[in-house]
Write a protein that binds this ligand. Structure first.
Ligand code: 5AD
Ligand code: SF4
Length: 465
């Protein structure tokens, strides 16, 4: 068992600070649950934690700088708090390994995203004076089930279905830091979903860097599985099986790639009750020339065709996307192609990123020739376009009544609640007595912003989850 710092009687407490994507959020939750299972308790705040883990992201230089800054501050805090243990986990831990201990003097451990199951032993080794411990992880041993522990509480949960990524887009560090693509066998996924639902979860989001590759590299279904709806592809089959779990109300999956937007997937989204009409489908650029250099494996026309296939099957489908501006060699003409594609695809929301060269990726060898000011300008232009587009789309929803899953009091105003539509739009509504997180209620939309809808609960609703 773990060894608390000298003189301490209560079990040591742990705090996990998270940077990066939903996969990191998921990992942080399972790290916390795993350590609780080993006798730790959860600290409310980093200031009263005995062990602080920073779950890091490597996707852009900025994300890494932030985490390194944070780790530096935490390690400096050890002077006032002897016995404090500080470790880095996640993508940057994998990318930098022991180098991170040289950069952040006093760091106690570095554990990569596919080695998180070693954390209880790692922290124990640090307590036993055998730190710093480096377990960045690489090689074949990483083809293993991910952590499946969850914390209790809340109506929504993330479930990993695919680890790593074999796509090798030219700009992306993910294949380096998250390793080879590996899909979890469906039975393990289903057991996890069933257990979540038995603990009150009503909505699951199935996660994978390129989730539509599910089952592509390794088989995930035993031969005898028969899909009632006649699906042959692994992801539609999984969606159907998850949808059949008694008590599940909503199913999401992310992130997508246009090559996975097959006729069957479109049909799965349309026909399986509970599968939400929303897809995050990163496009990255609207210029065929840039898409080619990015090695995305599609053209703008192919992407738009995938969008048409989905939209014609799934009524009310919301699409969100990621775009990179300022990729090496991106001209004004390329940029304008991105602007028009975004308009043509009618995205509900978009995340815009300024290109950041990542060492070890093919694009890092290209000249990062779009100036910082120009990247910023393009970023602003796309955000402004998106704001107008988002507002236009959301205004058209005014006066309609949408199904909303209540999530909890709004952060800004506790008299109001926040929830989400199936299309993943945030809805703010006046709270009513007795409402519980997880309740699915009908909300009439009275007002629309570019990112948020405002409405009122329709009378006669069941308010419990
Ligand atoms: N520079 C900028 N943005 C990037 N992304 C991934 N790699 C980079 C990079 N090197 C963006 C992509 C991806 C999102 C998670 O981050 O748009 O979809
Ligand atoms: Fe997530 Fe990618 Fe960042 Fe890792 S590098 S946390 S996979 S966004």
């Amino acid at each position: 068992m773990m060894r608390p710092s000298p003189g301490r009687t209560a079990p040591p407490s742990v705090y996990v600070k998270t940077y990066g994507c939903q996969m990191n959020e998921r990992d942080s939750e399972s790290i916390a649950a795993l350590l609780i299972g080993h006798g730790y308790r959860l600290a409310q705040d980093e200031v009263d934690a005995d062990v602080i883990l920073v779950n890091t992201c490597s996707v852009r230089g900025k994300a890494e700088e932030k985490a390194i800054g944070k780790l530096g501050l935490l390690v400096a805090g050890k002077r006032e708090r002897p016995g404090l243990v500080v470790g880095a986990v996640g993508c940057m831990a994998r990318r930098l390994g022991g180098e991170l201990v040289r950069r952040v003097k006093g760091l106690d451990f570095v554990v990569g995203p596919r080695r998180l199951h070693t954390l209880p032993a790692v922290v124990e080794a640090v307590y036993a004076g055998r730190g710093p411990v480096i377990d960045a992880g690489e090689g074949e041993d990483e083809m293993a089930e991910p952590l499946t522990e969850h914390l209790t509480g809340g109506p929504s949960a993330f479930v990993n279905i695919l680890l790593g990524c074999d796509r090798h887009c030219a700009y992306c560090i993910v294949p380096v830091v998250r390793g080879r693509e590996w899909s979890r066998p469906a039975d393990g996924v289903l057991r996890e979903v069933e257990s979540l639902v038995s603990r009150g979860v009503r909505e699951v989001t199935l996660l994978g860097q390129s989730v539509m590759s599910y089952g592509r590299v390794n088989p995930v279904w035993p031969g005898e599985y028969v899909s009632r709806l006649g699906f042959r592809e692994p992801l539609p089959r999984l969606l159907e099986a998850v949808g059949a779990v008694e008590g599940i109300r909503r199913i999401r999956f992310t992130s997508g790639h246009p090559s996975g937007c097959t006729v069957e997937l479109a049909r799965a989204m349309a026909e399986i009750p509970g599968v939400c009409p929303h897809l995050h489908l990163p496009v990255q650029s609207g210029s065929d020339r840039i898409l080619g250099m990015m090695r995305r494996g599609y053209t703008a026309g192919y992407y738009l065709e995938a969008v048409r296939r989905l939209r014609s099957a799934v009524p009310g489908l919301a699409l969100t996307t990621d775009v990179i501006v300022g990729f090496p060699g991106e001209t004004e003409e390329d940029f304008q192609a991105t602007r028009s594609l975004m308009e043509e695809a009618v995205f509900d929301n978009a995340f815009i990123f300024k290109y950041s060269p990542r060492e070890g990726t093919p694009a890092a060898a290209m000249k990062d020739d779009v100036t910082a000011e120009e990247k910023l300008r393009r970023n602003h232009v796309l955000l402004e376009d998106q704001d107008k587009r988002g507002l236009r789309i959301n205004e058209a929803l005014q006066g309609t009544t949408l199904e909303v899953m209540a999530e909890g009091p709004s952060l800004r105003n506790q008299a109001r609640w926040a929830g989400r539509t199936g299309s993943n739009k945030i809805v703010i509504f006046e709270s009513v007595a007795g409402i519980e997180a997880g309740a699915i209620v009908q909300v009439r939309i009275d007002k629309a912003g570019a990112q948020t809808l405002y409405g009122s609960i329709q009378p006669g609703e069941r308010l419990t989850g």
